[in-house]
Each structure stands twice: as structure tokens, then as C-alpha cells.
Design a protein around this ligand. Structure first.
Ligand SMILES: [Zn+2]
Length: 67
């Protein structure tokens, strides 16, 4: 039985040269095509900024209400 370390990550087909590239590789080793990378962290950052802005607006409102 042969163990293939790339099996764990799976493969995806390169849209440029149609060869199979390991899913953990962001770049095709054959033609150099770069796979678009999703940024799940950016979404969290946007949510955080929105939350901070909301808190600032709320703080400003509370200040006005008390002043
Ligand atoms: Zn390729």
C-alpha cells in the first residue's frame, strides 16, 4: 500500500493547462497558473470594523443624551 501525502488535500484541475494540482498548492507547478485565493479573514475584519463603528456611534449618542 502506497501512502500519498497529497491525497489528504485532494486535487483540483488547473483551468489553464488542465493538469491536476494538489489543492494545498496555490500555483500550478506545470504552467504557473495562480489559483484565486478566498479571504475568509477579510470578512471577519469587515464585521469587526462595522461593530467598532456601531459602538462609536452608540457612544456618541449616549454622550449627547447625558450632556
Ligand atoms: Zn497549469
Amino acid at each position: 500500500m502506497r501512502i500519498e501525502p497529497q491525497r489528504d488535500f485532494g486535487t483540483r484541475e488547473c483551468p489553464s493547462c488542465a493538469c491536476e494540482v494538489a489543492a494545498n498548492h496555490n500555483r500550478c507547478p506545470i504552467c504557473g497558473y495562480e489559483f484565486p485565493v478566498a479571504h475568509p479573514a477579510r470578512r471577519g475584519l469587515l464585521a469587526l470594523i462595522a461593530l467598532i463603528l456601531l459602538a462609536l456611534i452608540l457612544l456618541g449618542y449616549l454622550r449627547l443624551a447625558h450632556g
